[in-house]
Write a protein that binds this ligand. Sequence first.
Ligand SMILES: C[S@@+](CC[C@H](N)C(=O)[O-])C[C@H]1O[C@@H](n2cnc3c(N)ncnc32)[C@H](O)[C@@H]1O
Length: 298
Amino acid sequence: MSESSRAGIASDVWTIRRLLTWATEDFQRRGIESPRLEAELLLGHALGMKRIDLILQFGIVLSAGELDRIRELLRRRRSSEPSAYLLGQREFYGIPIRVDRRVLIPRPDTETLVQVAIERSRPRSAHGRALDLCTGSGCVAIALAKHRTGWSMLGTDISDEALQVAEDNALRVGNIWGLGWLRSDLFAEIPTQRFDLITANPPYIPTDELSTLDATIRNFEPQLALDGGPDGLHIIRRIVHEAPEWLEPDGIVAIEIAFNQAAAVTGLLNARGFVDVACNKDYGGRDRVVSARWAKSG
Ligand SMILES: C[S@@+](CC[C@H](N)C(=O)[O-])C[C@H]1O[C@@H](n2cnc3c(N)ncnc32)[C@H](O)[C@@H]1O
């Protein structure tokens, strides 16, 4: 059996159209979501072509070298590697964010965190200081920095590797001023200063549930980005407890949560003395971000 037939691609003539149809059907059989889109993105990446150009050049016959590159990408996708890692990029809040296995892939639901942060920090929109805990790829900090141009922004993470990705992303996006990065276990290394806004998309999945996650997540994304301890709230509890020491009077904290954690996290914020506690839903209508105001000084 030839290499190509072993990969499911027969060794005769393969046009873009034929390969797209074949890969789409193969992904569909394997239960991969949006099979056509995935096939187009991977094929476009392998050939260095935009999706529209694939369609305009449907009839082009692929060379042996091109087929090899495509075959390798399809093999990795079939073994559950997320397409964002294969493409090296995911769009977040309209910004291309580079990703690899050092960081969590930014999710559309996390755009709700950015929206809530922008909305709730509007009263002091001209100047301010923001802290993005658990920054990972830096997607939230970068999106906020682009919208709050007069603000200074600090993105922190416990992972040096994640911070390298975040820093690289900020440089690639360019034209972002006042954005810095720091390695810190939550607030531990943060210089004494207070912030007008603290955002966080922390790990919040209960440890027992990690093994039940889809293989795309379980086998490829960093466990450090997912594991929220026995009840999923380990890091969130620490953030709620420590945040008041780092907030200006009337400062805002906004935290991404799992769809079923709203009552618990709202309760934690109320018990700690926060006011105006609110919960916002994601694009799918599920509870996703809890935010609150710290009205006191200190
Ligand atoms: C769910 S990911 C979020 C990444 C990014 N902010 C996003 O929204 O896509 C959580 C991040 O928290 C970091 N992290 C885990 N424990 C931490 C801790 N104790 N202190 C700071 N960061 C931590 C992980 O390294 C990971 O990058």
